[in-house]
Design a protein around this ligand. Structure first.
Ligand SMILES: Nc1ncnc2c1ncn2[C@@H]1O[C@H](COP(=O)(O)OP(=O)(O)OP(=O)(O)O)[C@@H](O)[C@H]1O
Length: 788
């Protein structure tokens, strides 16, 4: 807000409490303070000073950076801040920086219109003696983070204002559809004066099509060296905005513009952005160290050797304080592993390992105790301090956490209620008549406002008049205006007082050289490893992650007990009589069905279960889809082939099948072919549907059809449906197993010619590749869909 606009403040009348506060503040205001007034909500968003440099400038004012006696004096004073606000301190504005979190609301309500000078606003207005020592110590620990990175300035603004970049604006783009939503045309956002970054979805019901605004014009900017917090009630659009800014939501759904060093999002940025999602997406069976090692090997640039990459992973472990649990499994719903806080830190480690220029975090502190949450945010601050740009959503931070943020975006129902310095937020709201009436955590105060709840908050006179005029209609019963009216007021207040100024600031071009800008716009992807290295790393990771599933005693017991029961039922069966051969045919058919059924249902889970991980890792350009696909499908093979060997060893000899090494190994090979073909079908179904319920339903119908068409139950199949058997791996496996057993003994068995069986081998091999190719195409289609 400009001084001028503040002084005129014609649009919004001040409340009685504000006027009282103003009188008090005026009495205490020193000439120095009035000279240095910085209008609230008008942070230097275009500036390039990092937090570090700004702190250096204000060494005297910032207690954290002062040392020795100064520091002790500060701590002593901050402790007494709640009990005693001496006039001298108040008049110099220092009281603001010293007031504890609890007294903050109160002190702001007393200094309602007294805007703190820049350096005070920048300093930490709470006692740092509350911070655990290890947090402070960690500040000097960040080593590799100090390596230079490409500085990235992020801006979100109105496309209309940016006419020179119109080629990539999407003011009338189309809305992408998820699930029941359909692709629809979005109306132009031009007529909305302050509609900047917008996002809409079209929800298609049974009979109607509903358009829903998720974000209504968000303007903001964040620079290297700063931590921007996105705050707002649940459902206000924080995650959506974070995803938009992080390039995780497709561009065509977005109105307005988002720029990185004044350039649009490009593939180059994928490897410069770290994105920590709300849900921890990690492999539960890998240890902390393994997780970070694989991330380092896949994501760090090719120029680093394997040893250097692994050393980086170890550095991250130490820097995030994970050394004690580095050999513990991550764990998940069914496996006990590291704690929630440690898991979150592993997620952060996974992203900071690449030393990203931009770091996005969705609720990094949710579910953490206050000390761990503080430590996590302190880590973010450390990361920002060395020139990274950090953006995080946060639900309800403690006051200590709140003061660690440089900038704040407050959202309410998808609209912008405040953008500016976090330290000036309360001053801004006081200036529009909303001040806390009791001591309150600033974050709690802001969330109450964003929710439209004015309990213990002064009601602006404009709203008070409205309540009185409309009385019964608008009043909530406690004399406070209803939340919808408060929301409308706050949106209007921001738009009329601050938004224009902020937009103008964002229009100023960045003082960056062209090389830096053009780097960002490059569409060249940068892989951390060659295709072959990616394949090998993913192959090893796959084996490590899934060996627990395969070697579970439950599974071994299941296979062995089935084998023993079969062996007992077919104990030393006779192949010389017709009846004996018929029995053996039944056993061979069961083997074909058993090893066709199992792999389909195991493979079905592969891609739907890894969807989140695949999405996350591909969004960061960690590997090529083909390398992942091949590694994922081949890493299962060695493990998949161990259990059938055990099974066949038991059944074959107990049932007294043809005793010769060649016949045993050929039978084994046939079962292997069946397993790999069946897996292919499972992978194809899973990748095509990507939904476990639908996939298992389709798979059970398919497997049952294949089994019935397998040639054992029904021999004379009507011609119009007989083609199904050729698609059935059970049919080919059964025939092949019969041929292996009875070749050279008799020309036909159960109506099947005992020839060499090359046709069946050919059909199974075709299935192995065909189903997998289908699965790959489905995955690629899904990826393109997400990246489009
Ligand atoms: N693709 C979508 N389809 C329908 N509604 C959506 C979609 N994406 C977001 N929304 C809706 O937009 C609103 C904002 O969602 P978002 O997840 O961004 O909120 P949030 O502020 O992050 O909430 P929380 O703090 O609870 O995570 C919610 O009401 C959500 O239901």
């Amino acid at each position: 807000m400009e001084k001028g606009s503040q002084s005129s403040s014609t649009t919004l009348a001040r409340t009685k409490s504000d006027q009282l506060v103003e009188t008090l503040a005026a009495a205490f205001k020193s000439p120095r303070q009035s000279d240095q007034q910085t209008p609230p909500g008008t942070s230097e968003s275009g500036g390039t000073l990092s937090r570090k440099s700004s702190k250096r400038v204000m060494m005297g004012a910032s207690p954290r950076r002062s040392s020795g006696d100064n520091n002790n004096t500060y701590i002593r004073k901050s402790r007494s801040a709640q009990m005693k606000l001496d006039l001298e301190e108040l008049s110099s504005g220092a009281a603001l920086s010293r007031a504890s979190s609890a007294s903050l609301g109160l002190s702001f309500s007393f200094t309602g219109f007294t805007v703190p000078p820049d350096e005070i606003a920048d300093s930490k207005p709470f006692s740092d003696d509350d911070i655990p020592e290890d947090v402070e110590a960690r500040t000097c620990k960040m080593k590799f983070q100090t390596e230079p990175t490409l500085p990235i300035y992020l801006k979100a603004r109105d496309g209309e204002l940016c006419k020179d970049q119109r080629t990539w604006l999407t003011l009338s783009g189309s809305v992408f559809s998820f699930g029941q939503m359909r692709t629809c045309k979005v109306t132009s956002t031009k007529e909305r004066r302050f509609t900047d970054v917008t996002y809409k979805v079209i929800i298609k019901g049974m009979t109607s099509c509903e358009e829903r605004d998720i974000l209504n014009g968000i303007t903001g900017a964040v620079n290297p060296g700063e931590v921007l917090a996105l705050m707002g009630p649940s459902g206000s659009g924080k995650t959506t905005l974070l995803n938009l800014l992080g390039g995780r939501l497709i561009q065509s759904t977005v109105g307005g513009s988002i720029t990185y060093n004044d350039q649009p999002y490009s593939k180059f940025l994928k490897s410069r952005i770290g994105f920590v999602t709300q849900d921890d997406v990690l492999f539960p069976h890998l240890t902390v160290k393994e997780t970070l090692m694989y991330a380092a090997r896949l994501r760090l640039p090719k120029v680093l050797t394997r040893q250097q990459k692994e050393k980086r992973a170890v550095d991250v472990i130490y820097e995030l304080g994970l050394e004690r649990c580095q050999d513990t499994m991550i764990g998940g719903s069914f496996v006990r592993g590291v704690s929630g806080g440690e898991r979150k830190r592993v997620c952060i480690g996974n992203e900071i390992i690449i030393n990203p220029s931009l770091l996005f975090l969705d609720e990094p502190t949710s579910g953490l105790d206050s000390t761990t949450a503080l430590r996590t945010i302190q880590t973010l601050q450390d990361i920002a301090e060395v020139g990274k740009t950090v953006i995080t959503t946060i639900h309800q931070p403690s006051s200590r956490l709140f003061h660690k943020f440089d900038k704040l975006i407050l959202l309410g129902k998808g609209s912008l209620l405040y953008f500016g310095k976090a330290s000036e937020a309360i001053v801004y709201f006081s200036s529009i008549g909303c001040s806390p009436l009791i001591a309150m955590n600033p974050a709690e105060f802001l969330l109450d406002l964003a929710n439209g709840n004015l309990t213990d908050i002064s009601v602006p006179s404009e709203l008070e008049d409205k309540v009185q005029m409309e009385n019964s209609e608008t009043e909530t019963g406690n004399g406070k205006p209803p939340p919808a009216v408060v929301h409308e007021y706050l949106v209007e207040a921001y738009e009329s007082r601050v938004a224009d100024t902020e937009k103008k600031k964002l229009m100023a071009p960045l003082p960056l050289d062209e090389e830096l800008k053009s780097k960002v716009s490059s569409s060249k992807r940068q892989w951390g490893a060659s295709w072959w290295q990616q394949y090998c790393i993913l192959f090893c990771r796959g084996i490590k992650e899934r060996k627990h599933d395969y070697f579970s005693w439950l599974r071994i017991t299941q296979v062995l007990s089935t084998a023993i029961i079969l062996g007992l039922l077919w104990w030393q069966s006779d192949s010389k009589t017709i009846r004996g051969r018929q029995d053996q045919a039944g056993l061979l058919f069961f083997i074909a069905v058993f090893w066709g059924f199992f792999p389909v249902f195991t493979a079905i889970f592969t891609f739907p279960q890894e969807r989140a991980m695949l999405g996350k890792e591909r969004a960061a350009d960690m590997y090529r889809l083909s390398a992942y696909f091949l590694a994922r499908t081949t890493s299962d093979l060695p493990l998949d082939l161990i259990l059938p060997v055990l099974f066949l060893l038991v059944v074959y000899f107990m049932a007294g099948l043809r005793l010769s090494a060649s016949h045993f190994f050929l039978s084994m090979l046939t079962v292997f072919l069946c397993i790999v073909a069946a897996q292919g079908l499972g992978l194809a179904i899973g990748a095509t549907l990507m939904d476990l319920k639908r996939a298992t339903t389709l798979a059970s119908v398919t497997v049952m059809t294949f089994m019935l068409a397998g040639g054992y139950f029904v021999k004379k199949v009507p011609v119009f449906i007989s083609w199904i058997r050729y698609m059935s791996f059970n049919y080919h496996t059964y025939k092949l197993l019969l041929k292996v057993q009875y070749q050279d003994i008799m020309p036909t068995v159960n109506g099947i010619k005992t020839d060499s069986g090359l046709k069946e081998v050919g059909a199974l091999v075709a299935m192995i590749f065909g189903y997998r190719f289908l699965a790959y195409l489905s995955l690629r289609k899904m990826q393109l869909h997400c990246e489009a």
